[in-house]
Design a protein around this ligand. Structure first.
Ligand code: SF4
Ligand code: SF4
Length: 236
């Protein structure tokens, strides 16, 4: 099957599943990083399909309201982890099926999953795939910022060796903005611009974020903070 036909069928599956964002990444510029971070199986895939779903602006911006109602925190948690993530994983599964039926390998990466021993990281960085697909750039918050919805997008990835047509990495930065670092109640965000040569720990101390969200869970029953999303000018 010609690459264009397969890509069109993959996009159809993504659209039918409800994806608002779709892109294809050429992973070759990042293969050494992927091998080191994710192992040889992940590094054996030259391409990735990135899909995303935008989280409603009203829900995200409500997180930054003074004394945000616990009901808002619970609603955000519900839609992110119990609605968006399963929906994205279903889309990824459908895409993997389309690719494998065409005779290629396809490895769907779970939308929200932490791998034990990986310092609060998943099996593969969805943000890396979406960035290389040209869907957004990585901000000082370490979130992927899209031109349309800023950081209000949840992502999922399918790694593949199918010969697809990739987008180009989006190069943009936060400029002088530092709102996420100023707003972070845990002091986790360092206000440092993304540099692909540096580890994530240069920009964000995820342990501090985790500790703060665990404290919130003890108070509200959900681990929702999200202030770094809600204050980002691109989220509006
Ligand atoms: S979720 Fe909250 S604590 Fe964690 S980095 Fe964002 S603003 Fe900081
Ligand atoms: S709040 Fe500002 S500094 Fe932080 S990610 Fe958004 S644009 Fe970048």
């Amino acid at each position: 099957m010609p690459a264009g036909d397969l890509q069109a069928r993959i996009k159809e599956a993504a659209d039918a599943g409800g994806a608002a964002y779709f892109g294809v990444a050429d992973l070759s510029p990042a293969v050494a990083f992927i091998r080191e971070e994710n192992g040889h199986i992940a590094a054996s895939f030259p391409m990735a399909v990135a899909v995303g779903i935008a989280v409603p602006k009203t829900l995200v911006l409500a997180l930054a309201e003074p004394d945000a109602d616990p009901g808002i925190l619970a609603a955000y948690d519900r839609y992110i982890y119990h609605v968006c993530s399963p929906l994205l994983e279903k889309i990824a599964l459908k895409i993997a099926g389309v690719i494998e039926r065409a005779g290629y390998r396809a490895l769907p990466v779970p939308a929200s999953q932490r791998v034990p021993g990986k310092n609060l990281c998943g099996f593969f960085s969805h943000k890396l795939a979406a960035n290389l697909a040209g869907l957004g750039w990585i901000g000082k918050s370490s979130l992927l910022l899209t031109p349309q919805d800023g950081p209000r997008v949840r992502w999922c990835t399918v790694l593949t060796d199918a010969p697809l047509n990739a987008g180009s990495s989006l190069q943009k930065d936060c400029g002088k903005c530092n709102r996420c670092a100023e707003a972070c109640p845990a002091g986790a965000i360092k206000g440092r611009a993304f540099d692909p040569r540096e580890p994530r720990s240069m920009r964000i101390e995820v342990e501090k974020c985790e500790e703060y969200r665990n404290k919130l869970a003890a108070i509200h029953g959900v681990r929702t903070c999200g202030l770094c999303l809600a204050v980002c000018p691109f989220a509006k």
